[in-house]
Design a protein around this ligand. Structure first.
Ligand code: ASC
Length: 150
Protein backbone atom coordinates (compact mmCIF):
# COMPACT_ATOMS: atom_id res chain seq x y z
CA UNK A 1 0.00 0.00 0.00
CA UNK A 2 2.80 2.37 0.90
CA UNK A 3 4.61 1.62 -2.35
CA UNK A 4 1.41 2.12 -4.29
CA UNK A 5 0.81 5.50 -2.66
CA UNK A 6 4.36 6.46 -3.50
CA UNK A 7 3.97 5.50 -7.15
CA UNK A 8 0.62 7.29 -7.35
CA UNK A 9 2.18 10.43 -5.89
CA UNK A 10 5.08 10.23 -8.35
CA UNK A 11 2.69 9.79 -11.28
CA UNK A 12 0.67 12.81 -10.16
CA UNK A 13 3.82 14.90 -9.85
CA UNK A 14 4.95 13.86 -13.32
CA UNK A 15 1.57 14.70 -14.81
CA UNK A 16 1.82 18.23 -13.43
CA UNK A 17 5.49 18.65 -14.29
CA UNK A 18 5.07 17.53 -17.89
CA UNK A 19 3.83 20.81 -19.45
CA UNK A 20 6.73 22.79 -17.97
CA UNK A 21 9.33 20.44 -19.43
CA UNK A 22 7.48 19.33 -22.53
CA UNK A 23 8.81 16.17 -24.11
CA UNK A 24 7.68 15.20 -27.56
CA UNK A 25 6.90 11.87 -29.14
CA UNK A 26 8.21 13.00 -32.50
CA UNK A 27 9.99 16.01 -34.07
CA UNK A 28 6.80 17.14 -35.88
CA UNK A 29 5.09 17.51 -32.50
CA UNK A 30 7.97 19.64 -31.22
CA UNK A 31 7.79 21.86 -34.32
CA UNK A 32 4.02 22.24 -33.98
CA UNK A 33 4.39 23.00 -30.26
CA UNK A 34 6.98 25.76 -30.67
CA UNK A 35 5.15 27.30 -33.66
CA UNK A 36 1.87 27.26 -31.72
CA UNK A 37 3.44 28.89 -28.67
CA UNK A 38 5.12 31.55 -30.82
CA UNK A 39 1.83 32.17 -32.66
CA UNK A 40 -0.12 32.60 -29.42
CA UNK A 41 2.60 34.86 -28.05
CA UNK A 42 2.55 36.95 -31.26
CA UNK A 43 -1.22 37.44 -31.03
CA UNK A 44 -1.02 38.78 -27.48
CA UNK A 45 2.13 40.78 -28.16
CA UNK A 46 0.37 42.34 -31.14
CA UNK A 47 -2.46 43.53 -28.89
CA UNK A 48 0.03 45.32 -26.66
CA UNK A 49 1.85 46.65 -29.71
CA UNK A 50 -1.32 48.15 -31.14
CA UNK A 51 -1.63 50.23 -27.97
CA UNK A 52 2.08 51.03 -27.72
CA UNK A 53 2.01 52.40 -31.27
CA UNK A 54 -1.30 54.26 -30.89
CA UNK A 55 -3.13 52.06 -33.42
CA UNK A 56 -5.51 51.10 -30.62
CA UNK A 57 -6.65 53.20 -27.65
CA UNK A 58 -4.68 52.47 -24.48
CA UNK A 59 -6.59 50.30 -22.03
CA UNK A 60 -4.34 49.56 -19.06
CA UNK A 61 -6.17 46.39 -18.07
CA UNK A 62 -6.11 44.93 -21.59
CA UNK A 63 -2.42 45.81 -21.90
CA UNK A 64 -1.60 44.20 -18.54
CA UNK A 65 -3.62 41.05 -19.27
CA UNK A 66 -2.00 40.56 -22.68
CA UNK A 67 1.52 41.41 -21.52
CA UNK A 68 1.20 38.89 -18.69
CA UNK A 69 0.27 36.18 -21.21
CA UNK A 70 3.28 37.14 -23.37
CA UNK A 71 5.59 36.83 -20.34
CA UNK A 72 4.14 33.43 -19.44
CA UNK A 73 4.12 31.99 -22.97
CA UNK A 74 7.63 33.34 -23.64
CA UNK A 75 8.91 30.48 -21.48
CA UNK A 76 7.38 27.77 -23.65
CA UNK A 77 8.66 27.61 -27.26
CA UNK A 78 12.25 26.67 -26.45
CA UNK A 79 11.58 23.08 -25.37
CA UNK A 80 10.22 22.59 -28.88
CA UNK A 81 13.66 23.06 -30.43
CA UNK A 82 14.55 19.49 -29.53
CA UNK A 83 17.35 17.56 -31.21
CA UNK A 84 16.22 16.26 -34.59
CA UNK A 85 13.54 18.92 -35.10
CA UNK A 86 15.69 20.94 -37.51
CA UNK A 87 14.07 19.28 -40.54
CA UNK A 88 10.45 19.60 -41.62
CA UNK A 89 7.99 22.47 -41.98
CA UNK A 90 10.15 25.01 -40.22
CA UNK A 91 12.01 28.25 -40.80
CA UNK A 92 14.42 27.43 -38.00
CA UNK A 93 18.05 27.78 -39.06
CA UNK A 94 20.50 24.95 -38.32
CA UNK A 95 22.57 27.40 -36.21
CA UNK A 96 19.99 26.99 -33.43
CA UNK A 97 21.41 23.53 -32.82
CA UNK A 98 25.07 24.38 -33.42
CA UNK A 99 24.99 27.57 -31.28
CA UNK A 100 22.79 26.39 -28.43
CA UNK A 101 24.32 28.68 -25.79
CA UNK A 102 23.83 31.74 -28.01
CA UNK A 103 20.31 30.67 -28.91
CA UNK A 104 19.50 30.29 -25.22
CA UNK A 105 20.89 33.78 -24.55
CA UNK A 106 18.38 35.06 -27.09
CA UNK A 107 15.42 33.22 -25.57
CA UNK A 108 16.49 34.28 -22.06
CA UNK A 109 16.50 37.91 -23.22
CA UNK A 110 12.94 37.59 -24.48
CA UNK A 111 11.86 36.02 -21.19
CA UNK A 112 13.53 38.83 -19.21
CA UNK A 113 12.25 41.70 -21.37
CA UNK A 114 8.71 40.34 -21.56
CA UNK A 115 8.68 40.05 -17.76
CA UNK A 116 9.65 43.74 -17.63
CA UNK A 117 6.90 44.52 -20.14
CA UNK A 118 4.36 42.74 -17.97
CA UNK A 119 5.57 44.66 -14.90
CA UNK A 120 5.44 47.93 -16.83
CA UNK A 121 1.91 47.22 -18.05
CA UNK A 122 0.77 46.55 -14.48
CA UNK A 123 1.78 50.12 -13.55
CA UNK A 124 -0.71 51.44 -16.11
CA UNK A 125 1.85 53.88 -17.49
CA UNK A 126 1.69 54.03 -21.29
CA UNK A 127 5.19 55.50 -21.67
CA UNK A 128 6.63 52.63 -19.63
CA UNK A 129 4.70 50.16 -21.81
CA UNK A 130 6.06 51.80 -24.98
CA UNK A 131 9.65 51.56 -23.75
CA UNK A 132 9.31 47.95 -22.58
CA UNK A 133 7.43 46.93 -25.71
CA UNK A 134 10.24 48.26 -27.90
CA UNK A 135 12.85 46.42 -25.84
CA UNK A 136 10.87 43.18 -26.05
CA UNK A 137 10.28 43.53 -29.80
CA UNK A 138 14.02 44.07 -30.15
CA UNK A 139 14.65 40.64 -28.67
CA UNK A 140 12.15 39.06 -31.10
CA UNK A 141 13.86 40.73 -34.04
CA UNK A 142 17.42 39.93 -32.98
CA UNK A 143 16.59 36.23 -32.68
CA UNK A 144 14.63 36.16 -35.94
CA UNK A 145 17.48 37.89 -37.78
CA UNK A 146 19.99 35.33 -36.48
CA UNK A 147 17.98 32.12 -36.35
CA UNK A 148 14.92 32.27 -38.62
CA UNK A 149 14.91 31.81 -42.37
CA UNK A 150 12.78 34.19 -44.46
C1 ASC B 1 5.55 40.85 -33.22
C2 ASC B 1 5.70 39.59 -33.85
C3 ASC B 1 7.01 39.37 -34.00
C4 ASC B 1 7.78 40.49 -33.40
C5 ASC B 1 8.81 41.10 -34.30
C6 ASC B 1 9.53 42.23 -33.60
O1 ASC B 1 4.50 41.38 -32.91
O2 ASC B 1 4.75 38.76 -34.22
O3 ASC B 1 7.56 38.33 -34.55
O4 ASC B 1 6.80 41.43 -32.98
O5 ASC B 1 8.19 41.59 -35.45
O6 ASC B 1 10.47 42.78 -34.45
Amino acid sequence: MKAFACIAAAATLLAFAAPASAQFAKPEDAIKYRQSALFVMGQHFGRVGAMASGRAPFDAKVAADNAEIVADVAKLPWAGFMAGSDKGTTKAKPEIWTEQAKFKENSDKLIAESAKLSAAAKTGNLDAVKTAFAATAGTCKACHDAYRNQ
